[in-house]
Design a protein around this ligand. Structure first.
Ligand code: C2E
Ligand code: CA
Ligand code: CA
Length: 612
């Protein structure tokens, strides 16, 4: 044992306390030990010994057995009882004549004994041994506690690592079962849950449930025209709004793209809760979405499938919900439909139709019919509206209502619109050059929302004009209120760009869409086409019906905004009279002519030119 005493710069081998009532002994031992570089303290009775041992650092005590007052055994056992002193090795000293009770000495905690007279070497050897032993013991204790500490730390670290690993695993599991964009359960989790509930309903025929498949209407338009970032934000907003409609415990999942699914337990096999929920969601989604400074619209078409004993696999339920959803879509925006097995056939027909449609574009099975637009003031043909037909190889001539909805859903629409525009321009140019058609007669074509908001639309149209040699003032493009409302800013810039080419614009089916009359003055459109539904029930001779009033309002509104009005779907002389009275500029409808194939349309034009 070494110790640095800074005062004397002596390196001590240890602190030793000598307790003996015989002064000669004390003197002899002190001297001998001091010579050996021990630091020595000496006391002559037990009480003092206890006091010093408490106060100073002591490495070893030489303790006389026999002393007046407290004897050595007593001192030893007291030292051993005390926390601070119990570790100090104690060597008993005894005279040869008083026999030491060795057993007692060891029992009270002594480590050794020496008898007088002292053999210096022996005394030193024993002291040295016990000091070293004690030092080794202390060292071991220290190492031990360090080791324990380290084990404790490692355990702690391991626990942390394990919990981090568990967390990571849970996170991975969460990721695998949830959609990253909306954080809703994904298809995998939905199918699992659906499988579970299907099992339960198999075991208990009273257990009914329904699956709702929700698909956003015209979502592709949003993505194509406003970009994916806006599309994503809209999807998140839609998800949140649907969630607010859900009763507690009902699962909403995002299956992918713009498709969501809901699993709901039912009290009856009739799907009452599902239908009610679908309506509530559609009502909620009817309000515009405010994304930043922009207002957006989207709603969902909902297909519903009800649980049935015949279902064996969750996939089949989803497949049927999908068929029902398509039926709903075909009926128009924001509809709902419960699956009926007859839909299988319809779904197959639909699929076939889609395949046929793709081929139709390649094989050019489309043709255009032309319906004259008449100036009501002069009775002359002012223009023609090009309307598409499909000469289907097996089904004969199909009207747009029979195939355009499918084209819209399968992104064939913009190809079709482009084809129509080119074809109509080619036809017009041909008539102008070869049949002396006056160039005051314009050609009108329909542009669907899909096409209209696409990035390259102005370039596409300009190219077609250049390619066909038709001048812009001979072209009128019909767009719907929906295209405008979808993205007013973009529409405005497209309109202005195309205005530079003198192309005219009209708003088709006016009055049926969002009918936000207030926005009209912001857009450079040239005319409004009053929807057929308002013309249909016009009654002459002043008995002003609601519809006559609407027609009148639209005509007046157009007048104020310096727009011309085209009344669509005029079928009778009476309807025409009312419109003439209202001072409507143009008319179109079966009363004048049905849409005609090119040949017949030309004949009609020539006849009017001659007779006019
Ligand atoms: P629309 O643009 O409102 O076209 C007028 C529709 O009303 C035409 O139906 C026309 O045949 C019909 N119609 C015209 N006069 C009368 C009438 O007096 N009485 C009745 N009952 N109907 C009349 P069609 O050709 O079946 O077209 C339906 C819709 O399909 C069009 O409605 C238009 O939205 C769309 N469409 C037609 N061709 C094209 C096209 O080339 N591109 C695009 N994007 N859409 C087209
Ligand atoms: Ca039209
Ligand atoms: Ca129309």
């Amino acid at each position: 044992m070494t110790q640095d005493n800074s005062k004397s710069h002596i390196i001590y081998r240890g602190d030793i306390l000598i307790v003996d009532d015989t002064p000669e002994n004390l003197k002899f031992l002190s001297k001998t030990l001091a010579e050996q570089q021990y630091k020595v303290r000496s006391v002559t009775d037990g009480v003092m010994a206890l006091r010093v041992a408490q106060a100073a650092p002591i490495n070893l005590i030489l303790l006389d057995v026999r002393m007046p007052g407290m004897d050595g055994y007593e001192v030893c056992s007291r030292l051993k009882q005390h926390e601070n002193t119990k570790h100090i090795p104690i060597i008993f000293i005894s005279a040869l004549d008083d026999m030491i009770d060795k057993v007692k000495a060891f029992n009270v905690g002594g480590v050794d004994y020496i008898t007088k007279p002292f053999h210096v070497e022996e005394v030193l050897a024993r002291i040295e041994t016990h000091i070293t032993l004690e030092a080794a013991k202390t060292e071991i204790l220290k190492l031990n506690s360090e080791l324990e500490n380290r084990v404790r730390q490692r355990t702690h670290q391991l626990e942390k690592e394990i919990s981090a690993r568990q967390q990571a695993q849970e996170q991975l599991l969460h990721l695998a079962l949830h959609d990253a964009l909306t954080e809703l359960p994904n298809r995998v989790l939905f199918m699992k849950q659906l499988g579970r509930i299907l099992e339960q309903s198999k075991q208990n025929s009273e257990h009914h449930f329904a699956v709702l498949l929700l698909d956003c209407d015209h979502f592709k338009v949003v993505n194509d025209s406003l970009g994916h970032v806006v599309g994503d934000r809209l999807l998140i907003a839609v998800a949140r709004r649907i969630q607010t409609c859900l009763p507690p415990g009902v699962m909403l999942a995002r299956l992918g793209g713009d498709e969501f699914a809901i699993l709901i337990e039912e009290d009856t096999p009739h799907g009452d809760r599902a239908l009610e929920l679908a309506s509530r969601i559609q009502t909620e989604l009817g309000y515009p979405f405010q994304l930043g400074s922009q207002e957006n619209f989207t709603n969902v078409s909902v297909g519903i499938v009800l649980s049935h004993q015949n279902y064996e696999q969750p996939e089949h339920l989803l497949r049927d919900a999908d068929s029902a959803m398509y039926q709903a879509k075909a009926r128009g925006k924001a509809s709902q439909q419960i699956f009926d097995p007859r839909m299988y056939t319809q779904a197959i027909v639909r699929l076939q139709m889609e395949t046929d449609l793709r081929r139709a574009i390649e094989r050019e099975e489309f043709i255009l019919y032309y319906q004259p637009i008449i100036c009501l003031k002069t009775g002359k043909v002012a223009g023609l509206e090009a309307l598409i037909r499909w000469e289907h190889p097996n089904q004969g001539l199909l009207l747009p209502g029979e195939f355009l909805p499918i084209a819209q859903d399968s992104d064939l629409m913009s190809q079709i619109d482009t084809w129509v525009l080119r074809q109509a321009c080619l036809q017009l140019k041909h008539w102008q050059e070869n049949k002396n058609l006056q160039d005051s007669i314009f050609m009108s074509t329909n542009l669907s929302v899909h096409n209209f908001l696409q990035g390259d639309i102005t370039e596409k149209i300009s190219n077609i004009l250049i390619e066909t040699g038709v001048s812009g003032h001979c072209l009128e493009l019909e767009i719907t209120e929906e295209s405008i409302i979808r993205n007013p800013g973009r529409v405005n810039s497209i309109l202005n760009e195309l205005k530079n080419r003198n192309i005219k614009f009209s708003i088709d089916d006016f009055g049926t869409g969002y009918s936000s009359l207030s926005y009209l003055h912001q857009f450079s459109v040239d005319s409004l086409k009053i929807d057929r539904s308002f013309i249909e029930s016009i009654v002459p001779n002043g008995s002003s019906t609601h519809n006559t009033q609407i027609a009148q309002t639209i005509v007046q509104l157009a007048e104020n905004l310096h727009l011309s009005v085209i009344a669509e779907g005029i079928e009778t002389r009476e309807q025409l009279s009312v419109l003439e009275e209202l001072d409507c500029t143009y008319g179109q409808g079966y009363y004048f002519s049905r849409p005609l194939p090119a040949e017949a349309a030309l004949k009609f034009l020539m006849y009017c030119q001659q007779s006019g």
